[in-house]
Design a protein around this ligand. Structure first.
Ligand code: DAV
Length: 441
């Protein structure tokens, strides 16, 4: 409203200044406002050239004032036009808590460490994040960045305390974009409780600029003792982890709805959610009620000992094509819906590295954590040549972008971005529904 009023006033000012409209002689000496109030404004058209100048000025002004933000994204592959790219500033390694012990593999050099990450690593990560932002904006994609807060601050709620927070390199983990809505997820890590605040200024701006934008938040979880299975990770072996994850036995309980946005793969009318360490059934049930026109599906990948986030496991490249981590294959019973609707699921190429970079939470499978720009174009990490070759063979044009210095800050190219606008609308890619994955059959 404020912008519209401003626009109208500025337009009148422009009209007057450019001499397109002039009051008749009778009113020439009176105050401009008098004419409007008295409804006696008499208009006289000046030359065609002046009108053109006026239209140009108005369009320019309105594009500056309205900034053209439209929130709209229904999937992971339609042409990307506006995106958020994270920042590494102030990122911390959080202290242990019931949910995060899960993320630190036993042989990791991160075990037992917490606090702000070394400054030189932050600077290197930011160079790669800034470069990604530039690659995108050079292609005409609008890029916004979050406002990092000082993550090295303790958090206390009535239910828990934690000595430090995490960061805002991976917007994908917390922001779920579905159509004209961006939803902050109810994440299960205590250290990520206030992460959405880094995006608050952006959400406020989108809210002001796009009258249809739905700015949403899932119920804030309490993350008290009941939300976790205590002792879940005590002296647990890899075999035991695999057994438990295959049996859908995770550290998070069903006490309250929990999900990370990065556990949700968006394919038009269908939302496929990974049931794992960070997302529970109640979280999916909440999503189903929140998006009643969508079909929410539960999927899980038994070969993954640390199942968090679907985007290094099951990654769509275009309508009809998904690459699947060969160590974490989708079980037969859950593949039927894809087969029935002629979707092809191919094994992803192996990663080009044997280990993740130092102080990294994620696995080497960030190789497949790519950012699809449209049905034919994809950004893949620059050193992941095997994954690039496979993409090439699958008919994609590959843009290699260096990103390994950013991995330790929260993941790969998909993690580090959050959709604001992709062209396209809500398609029904799975017209034939079959039992096996649907939350509600
Ligand atoms: O394989 O470590 C990383 C996903 C990060 N969003 C993995 C999953």
């Amino acid at each position: 409203m404020v912008y519209q009023a401003l626009l109208v006033l500025t337009t009148i000012k422009c009209l007057y200044a450019s001499g397109v409209f002039r009051p008749t002689q009778d009113f020439q000496n009176k105050h401009q406002l008098d004419y409007i109030v008295a409804g006696k404004l008499s208009l006289k058209l000046r030359s065609y050239k002046t009108i053109r100048l006026f239209i140009h000025q108005t369009l320019l002004l309105s594009s500056i004032i309205m900034a053209n933000t439209v929130v709209n994204s229904w999937n992971e592959f339609d042409p990307l036009k506006h995106v958020i790219v994270g920042r590494a500033d102030h990122t911390c390694i959080p202290p242990n808590e019931p949910a995060t012990e899960a993320k630190i593999p036993e042989d990791s050099d991160m075990r037992g460490m917490w606090g702000p990450r070394p400054l030189e690593t932050v600077e290197k990560a930011n160079i790669q994040l800034d470069n990604l932002a530039k690659v995108l904006s050079d292609r005409g994609i609008k890029v916004d960045r979050p406002s990092p807060i000082q993550w090295n601050q303790a958090v206390a709620t009535p239910d828990f305390t934690t000595a430090s927070q995490f960061g805002c390199m991976p917007p994908r983990d917390v922001l779920l974009t579905v159509g004209n809505e961006i939803l902050s997820a109810p994440m299960s890590f205590r250290c990520r409780y206030f992460e959405y605040l880094a995006y608050h200024d952006l959400m406020q701006r989108y809210f002001d600029e796009d009258p249809n934008f739905r700015w949403e938040q899932a119920p804030r979880p309490r993350l008290g003792e009941n939300s976790y299975q205590h002792g879940y990770f005590d002296e647990i072996t890899i075999d035991e982890r695999l057994k438990r994850t295959a049996e859908l036995d995770f550290v998070t309980t069903e006490h309250e709805p929990l999900f990370d946005a990065a556990d949700v793969m968006r394919l038009g009318k269908d939302l496929f959610c990974q049931h794992g360490l960070t997302t529970n059934r109640r979280g999916m049930e909440w999503l189903q009620r929140h998006f009643p026109d969508h079909r929410v599906h539960a999927v899980n990948f038994p070969g993954d000992p640390y199942p968090i986030h679907i985007d290094a496991t099951f990654v769509p490249l275009r309508p009809g094509l998904i690459i699947n981590n060969p160590n974490r294959r989708l079980p037969e019973s859950q593949r039927k819906i894809f087969e029935k609707n002629d979707w092809e699921i191919v094994d992803a190429a192996p990663p080009s590295h044997n280990s993740p970079p130092p102080l990294c939470y994620s696995s080497i499978w960030l190789s497949m954590n790519c950012l699809v720009l449209d049905h034919k174009t994809v950004i893949v990490e620059a050193s992941e040549t095997l994954q690039q070759d496979q993409m090439d063979k699958l008919g994609m044009n590959v843009i290699p972008v260096p990103f390994r210095d950013a991995y330790p800050f929260g993941g790969g190219l998909h993690c580090a971005t959050g959709d604001v606008y992709r062209e396209g609308s809500c398609e029904d890619y799975f017209a034939s529904q079959v039992p096996g994955t649907l939350l509600r059959s």
